[in-house]
Design a protein around this ligand. Sequence first.
Ligand code: AP5
Ligand code: MG
Length: 209
Amino acid sequence: MRLIFLGAPGAGKGTQASKISEKYNLPHISTGDILRNNIKQGTELGMQAKAFIDAGQLVPDEVVINIAGARIKESDCSNGFILDGFPRTVAQAEALDIVTSIDAVINIAVDPTLIVNRITGRRMCVCGESFHVSMGIGKTCTKCGAELYQRDDDKEETVVARMEVYDKQTAPLIQFYGKKGLIRDVNGNALMADVTNEISKVIDDYNKN
Ligand code: AP5
Ligand code: MG
């Protein structure tokens, strides 16, 4: 299945993509994780992206279109994938349409009042797993053992900028994919396990038909 997880910052895209990836054996492709790993390694791409990410702005379309396009061509994506955080503009969605078709867009809707707390309390791992301080977490990732860190763009002022960018540039994708009949709405305010169940139901229903 070729899936897109759409949602505001902090909606739970990464959290759910990680769980659904394991459950259905689909590669989890997060353009945000790829960019952050490039920043960490000090690559040219990372250096180009850092200023945009730190300001809560989108990295230019052509850069992320190349990253995502190359990644979905890899052999592990031949039976499907989960795109987390891509596409994020109509131009990116149009570019994706040229290289592949999409089976469903999981739109994780979350109450904006929950977002700042979710994001400022988040702790990340290089493996892509994310946690929240309210979970009573330790210093290391329960999945791979690496040390957890706080993202540079997870400060309150940057989160506000990211929410504005989402409303202006990414939310129009709900209409874009709605017109194609691909949007599946999921309640992102619910408990994590309930959100996972709701997404699983969408996938199971799709596979039955
Ligand atoms: P990206 O990394 O994609 O960030 P984002 O879209 O802002 O989304 P987040 O990762 O902040 O939220 P999430 O929905 O994954 O939430 P999570 O599951 O972690 O992008 C970062 C930057 O990279 C962008 O700003 C941009 O600059 C650049 N970029 C990336 N892709 C790009 C593209 N395509 N085009 C251009 N630029 C691009 O959950 C958040 C917290 O909430 C966690 O602590 C989690 O434990 C908790 N939580 C999750 N679900 C629940 C729940 N149900 N109940 C309670 N807590 C929950
Ligand atoms: Mg994420």
